[in-house]
Each structure stands twice: as C-alpha cells, then as structure tokens.
Design a protein around this ligand. Structure first.
Ligand SMILES: [Ca+2]
Ligand SMILES: [Ca+2]
Ligand SMILES: [Ca+2]
Ligand SMILES: [Ca+2]
Length: 315
C-alpha cells in the first residue's frame, strides 16, 4: 500500500483493515487424527525358501570369534532390479567340527517372494572361512556390484563376473587383510577419483593360541573375555589403483597407525568440504574419527594419499 493511499483512509479504518488482513481468513482447523502407523512384520523365512542358518561355532573353550558375527548384505548381483541376499557364516575351528558343511550363502531373489540358493554356481560359499561381515560395492565400475567379505585372519574380495559367477581376486587385488580380524568394511571414494576405495575395521589379536581364560577356573564356568584382554588391531585403508589392484595406504594415510577394537565403519563428509571422512567404532574404547585432509597434490596420490588425521571420540 502506498503512503498516498494510506493518507486517504481514516486511521481507525486503516488499523481495522490491517488487523483483518493480519488475521486473514478464518482458519478452519483441519482435523488430522493421528493415525498410528501400523507396521507389522511377519516372518516369511520359511516360505521364502531361505534355509541358511548361522553357526557361530560355540564351544566351552569360549573362543572370542564365537561372539561376533555375522553380517549380511543385499546385493543385486545379476542386475535384474531385485535385491539378492548374501549371508555370512562361521566355520569349523580347532575345537569345533560339526558334521554339516558351513559356508556363506547367496540367495537369488525370484521376484515372487521366494529365493533360490545360488551359492554353488556363483562360487561365493567360502567354506572354511570364519566370516564376520560383508561390504557390497562395484569397485571396478563395470556395473556389477562386488563382494568384500570380512573374516577372522583373512578377508576375501569376490569379483562379480557379470555372468552369474564370481571370482576370488583377493590375492591379485591385495586386500587380503591377512593376520587381521576384519569385522566390517566400507567402500568409499576418499580421493574423489571415481573409484571406490576400501576402509576396514579390525578387531583384536585373539587367536586359538592366545585364548585367554576369563571367568572362574572351574569346569563350565569359563566365560568370554572382554576385548581389553587382547591387543587391538589398527584399521586398514586400501587405495583403488583402477587396474584391479589396491595399495595398502594404512600407514601413509595415518588411518592404520593407532590400534583399536574396531567393529564398525561409517564414511561420510562430516564437514561438507566435499571429501569423505571416516569413522571407526571401537569396542570398549575411544572411537576414531578421521578427517580427510586431501592435502597432497593429485599427481602424487598414487604414492602418497591424502592424510587422514585421527581426532576424537569416545564410546
Ligand atoms: Ca537380483
Ligand atoms: Ca564390479
Ligand atoms: Ca578412489
Ligand atoms: Ca570431509
């Protein structure tokens, strides 16, 4: 409203109009009953055809690996638009030798509520491998997601061949994580070169040979130890070289310089600087938050990756 128009309206009428305008049309409160959202889950395992059963290889020896695992992952391995399911299992140990086979399993989603076990033809059973978890990512950008399977003492990279089979390319890729208890991993592109790199959380240095006795020294009274009965293991970071191989940059990046009791990995850009950062959740001790400093010239990244600095966090 112009000042000229305002002068032509008596102040009392102007204020009445203004108040009416501010009040606006009468608002009819819309009755929005708060309907509780009823989400109901029904166990469809049996009718889905999924018969996998996880076996943690539990024994009175209380191996620490019995207490953790296993994860699973959804992966549309055949790119038909339907998520398929990869399940990770335990394995026989020096003190546990079940009569049945223990292996991981891949189930193809049939699209009608049922799944078919395609483990054998896909070649991803990893029998004898004490698995912990799995990370799904298309590390070679061929359009087919691949599997990185975490496990005790070693981990496995399965390349998806795109024809319904996978190949164990761990040795060539250099991501075996040998001698480490890999618990979880994340694919992320820390140097923004368009190729997925790999961060791995490692747990502790337990082994059958250093199986500490915790709990009472009496038959049947042995218990599982807390992680501080062992030495923690540092996380690992692998740079994707783009030719099917990876370079272990754990030391150069500083990610692998500090031992932890790693159980979880999250990658995210917490400071919105365009560079993915890394969080490692540790069991019973401080967590690790690594800020991606991306402070090395791009031409040197093959030899020296951006440094990531450990900062703070506490469980
Ligand atoms: Ca599928
Ligand atoms: Ca791939
Ligand atoms: Ca990368
Ligand atoms: Ca960042």
């Amino acid at each position: 409203m112009s000042s000229k128009m305002a002068k032509q309206i008596p102040r009392r009428d102007f204020m009445k109009s203004a108040m009416a305008a501010l009040a606006g049309p009468p608002v009819h409160s819309v009755a929005r009953p708060l309907f509780p959202v009823k989400v109901q889950y029904r166990d469809v395992t049996h009718e889905s055809g999924i018969t996998f059963r996880h076996d943690n290889a539990a024994t009175p020896e209380k191996y620490l690996i019995e207490t953790i695992g296993s994860g699973c992952g959804w992966i549309d391995y055949d790119q038909d638009g339907l998520l398929d399911l990869y399940l990770v299992n335990g394995a026989a140990t020096k003190v546990y030798n079940p009569p049945h086979r223990l292996r991981n399993a891949l189930y193809r989603n049939n699209g009608n509520g049922t799944f078919t076990d395609v483990t054998e033809q896909c070649g991803v059973g990893a029998e004898g491998f004490f698995g912990m978890g799995v990370a799904v990512g298309d590390y070679d950008n061929d359009g087919y997601p691949d599997l990185y399977v975490l496990g005790y003492d070693r981990s496995i990279l399965f390349h998806n061949n795109g024809d319904g089979t996978f190949s164990d390319v761990t040795a060539r890729a250099g991501v075996g994580n040998r001698g480490r208890w890999g618990s979880s991993a994340a694919w992320f592109d820390y140097d923004n070169d368009g190729r997925l790199d790999l961060a791995v959380a490692n747990y502790v240095d337990w082994s059958p040979e250093n199986n500490v006795w915790c709990g009472e020294h009496a038959p049947g009274r042995r218990g599982y130890c807390k992680p501080d009965a062992y030495h923690g293991q540092p996380p690992a970071l692998f740079h994707n070289n783009g030719d099917g191989t990876f370079t272990d940059v754990s030391q150069a990046s500083r990610v692998g310089r500090t031992p932890g009791n790693g159980l979880g990995v999250v990658t995210f850009d917490y400071d919105n600087d365009g560079w993915q950062d890394l969080f490692i959740a540790n069991d019973g001790m401080v967590n690790f938050l690594f800020h991606n400093n991306h402070d090395v010239p791009r031409r040197e990244w093959g030899l020296m990756p951006p440094t990531l600095e450990a900062t703070v966090g506490r469980t």
